[in-house]
Ligand binder design. Sequence first.
Ligand code: SER
Length: 870
Amino acid sequence: MRSSDIRSTFFDFFQRRDHRVVPSSPLIPSDPTVLLTNAGMNQFKPYFLGETTPDHPRLMTVQKCARTSDIENVGRTTRHSTFFEMLGNFSFGDYFKAEAISWAWELFTRHYNLDPGRIWVTVYLDDDEAERLWRGVGVPPERIQRLGMEDNYWSMGVPGPCGPSSELHYDRGPSFGREGGPAADGERYQELWNLVFMQNLRGEGSGKSGYPILGELPARNIDTGLGLDRLAAILQDVDTVCGTDLLAPTFRLVQEMAGRGYPGRDGGDDSTSFRIVAEHSRSIAFLIADGVMPARDGRGYVLRRLMRRAVRHARKLGIDDLSLPALTSSVIDNLGGTWPELTRQNDLIRQVVTAEEEGFERTLRQGSQILESAIGRATTAISGRTAFDLHDTYGFPIDLTVDAARSAGLMVDENEFAELLEEQRRQAQQANRGRKGDAVARQDTYRRITAEHGPSTFVGYSAATAETKILSLVGPGGTLRTATKGDEIELILTRTPFYAESGGQVGDTGTLRTSGAALQVVDTQLGLDGLHVHTVRVLDGEVRPGDDAEATVDADRRAATARSHSATHVLHAMLRRLLGDHAAQRGSRVEPGRLRFDFAHFSPVDTAPVQTLVNDYLLDDPAVRVWEATRAEAEKAGALALFGERYGDDVRIVDIGDASRELCGGTHVGHGSQAGPVHIVGESSIGTGLRRVEALTGADALRHYDHQRDLLRELAELLHVRPDQAPGRLRQRLETLAETQRHLETMRRAELDAHAERLMSQAEPLPGGRLVAALVPGLTSADLRTVATTILDRLPGGIVILGTESSGKAALVAATRQGVQARDLLTGAAREVGGGAGGKGPIANAGGRHPENLPKAIRTAARDARALLA
Ligand code: SER
């Protein structure tokens, strides 16, 4: 059964049981508590927590998942993946264990036709009900095992929904491991499908089992996850996920590039490398397609690590050429039909992996040089600190350091290395835990508020003021009863005119007034989807939840922001018109009076025509129309949806004239001409294939012009001309200046020539050639060199030694014929002036702190030179 049939069989089966399909969410989650989407249920977390209700209580997905917590296992086993597609059926307060279990059994045994005699199940320690249900569908008691929290209790790894689970495993036979069921051997009894009975809420804690269960969720739910590549491996009868049709073309390419076949499951490290290169290539392509860029930390670091690991293993297989571009391209060819984002981001993926692989090569070369010099210095061992610096600063892998040291007969202090690494990990973890802890506590507070009162009502599209009520006050430790003058806190309103930062547009600011207090709103953010959180400063009086309030948005700032937002849409449209459709938005920042716009393009952009096009378009005063539609209608109407953004089923569309139509929740001007003028102040590269344009809008653009006019005026005054004559006059002045400099240069040359002439006339004839050795006051060391070479040109075979005092220091030059190391002539002299000599071949320099010793130094050098010429 091909993987496409596995997907459609799953969907058909659950559609017949009233499930609706929901698209996979992107790998970058909207939930700030997790780095990457790690399960099908991530996008449904608010439903499980009871914060919002889905349109339908039964859903199904095929979800893109990334997991790197057990990256060390990936490739070592035949079943672990850092990226996989997970098929899932979900119930939100609807059906529960009985249906989930009997449907899983039915789908496995009657539709995927798995041999019932090879299916084993595990249940959570005390889950008698699940065991009874499994026996009811026909699983014999000896193939049901009970396991603890570690294996049969599921959470996202952070506080949130969780619950006991029950897993279906498939016995792959004795060649994969020992007898004894999943409890004994996970490689032989491969886990395929996890049924989670989502009913509890987990608290803070680390590890798979070290966390408290805080209580029950509002409803009992089902969350299942069936690993597509593992099931495909069974149904296609291959012994590694790399052999399935999901990865086979890439796996074959690895073998072609290596010039030899996969040695099979038992090939040890070599087999591991084949699997890692193929498996990681898939993750890399998917992560980049969803907007992850390589970086030093966060999810960008996860991606970088995957790329480096893939490249290292490719090199181990003897693949020395650039490998990631071809490998990821085979992933795109194979899976781009199912996952069109791969095809859409084809160029970006190629550019990013090429740059990263080339960068890694440089890193390795640089690291090798540092390592070589460390090896050169070492007597018995390379210190752990050096190995750590190589690893940390240069990304140079420890196993390469150890290998290289070993070949030079040296050890590496691996204990010290491990201690330093551990120390760094501890520090990072602490910082991370603090950050995560705060984010989690705040999210909990927001969730409680939303569960009690529902999401905020935003009235700011049509109004800049609103009569409203204060719902809650939030401080670092949770909700507050009151806040008084001087406090800076967060505040939630029943209805709000303040736009919360999203889609790149900054949050509104303004004021709040109650009968007893005056407050300044300094920022507005979304605490959760739909919950407006205002950061406020109490200027006067006291405020409490329940107080009536009058909310007023800073209208000038809002207008200046709207101008930038509309200008951003037009800029986007005009860039695409000029450069092509690939120049799509990758990010933006919309602020009062200025904007930043990031887009895909591979070379510098001449911004002059872009700016003209944008301003001309705006001056035509195009109508701005805001309308609502379903996502499908909007797509049909050609509205641009932005990369990485999430939209609901009902969307808001903003049209500006005929050329710009985007899905957008932001605030805009009423008419195009209100958005101008737009003045582009910068264009730069911000990464492979990514450019950034920065621009000023409205009054800020005008102020910028004023400032430039003032500069021009000042320049004109300095030149004593009218501003329009300034460039001509300046050019003239620069020409005169250049001529004067040339003249000075000629005079200087003549002066130096005179010095040379005079010195030559004093040359001392010796059997091997003539010697000039003299102190020449008033020259720079560069002058010394010029004079010395001039003399030598005319006294071939001779030796010139000159010295001068320059800026309170002694400077010496020696010039001699080819084949003589001039530096040797200055060694003794340099010592006299308290310094050292440098230079290679017939010209050398020396300097020192004791110019008073110059005469003696010259005598010393002259003596050495005489010995040579004698
Ligand atoms: N959330 C569970 C898992 O990821 C089941 O979908 O395994």
